[in-house]
Write a protein that binds this ligand. Structure first.
Ligand SMILES: C[S@@+](CC[C@H](N)C(=O)[O-])C[C@H]1O[C@@H](n2cnc3c(N)ncnc32)[C@H](O)[C@@H]1O
Length: 186
């Protein structure tokens, strides 16, 4: 399925609607601080970041604020509805350092070795993002000293994911902070 089909799939859009309401809910914002989680990924001013599966932008706006005007955030999602929502939020917040892109993260079309950080926040495991295809693409877009940051939801259910990332041989473990697993590009 290509991005066009992904974004237009009736079944996916049916699922995306309630999922989007939960992702962007006030309860979620009350229960967890997106800034704290982003700090767990070592987000700093001036960085270039790829956010895979930005959804409704729960992490997008705080991440863009953390990297500041010198940084650049690429917020990527195949869903046209989510991309519209995030674009509106970015515009409303007056942010000029975000590129909101409707695309499949399995084929980002981004330059090789162009990213300081890749964020996989609440997106794996997911049938449309198989690790055996996603990890090589993330490895390709990261700079040699770049890092992959993974936040799993629900946290303990997907205990096998960190092991699978290491078993890929493309990343080495760099520690866990604020619930975020960090990996150096190997
Ligand atoms: C559970 S949501 C998480 C959204 C957001 N990261 C958050 O925590 O609020 C998973 C997101 O992954 C996106 N997604 C699914 N397949 C994808 C793909 N192949 N490439 C990029 N994003 C994808 C979905 O559209 C959805 O927005």
């Amino acid at each position: 399925m290509n991005t066009e089909d992904l974004g237009k799939s009736k079944i996916l859009n049916l699922l995306f609607k309630p999922a989007g309401m939960m992702m962007g809910s006030k309860l979620r914002a009350w229960l967890m601080s997106p800034v704290k989680t982003l700090q767990g990924a070592g987000i700093e001013p001036g960085q270039t970041i790829l956010e895979v599966g930005c959804g409704t932008g729960f992490f997008t706006i705080p991440a863009a604020k953390l990297i500041g005007d010198e940084g650049c955030l690429v917020a990527m999602d195949p869903s046209a509805g989510y991309i519209e929502q995030v674009s509106r939020k970015v515009h409303g917040a007056g942010l000029t350092n975000v590129r909101v892109v409707r695309r499949d993260a399995l084929d980002t079309k981004l330059d090789t070795a162009s990213m300081d950080r890749v964020l996989l926040f609440g997106v794996i495991p997911f049938p449309l993002l198989p690790l055996n295809r996603l990890l090589p693409e993330m490895h390709r877009v990261l700079k040699p000293e770049g890092t992959l940051a993974v936040w799993l939801f629900p946290p303990r259910v997907h205990f096998w994911v960190p092991k699978s990332i290491l078993q890929s041989g493309m990343f080495s473990y760099a520690g866990k902070k604020n619930g975020v697993y960090n990996y150096r590009r190997g």
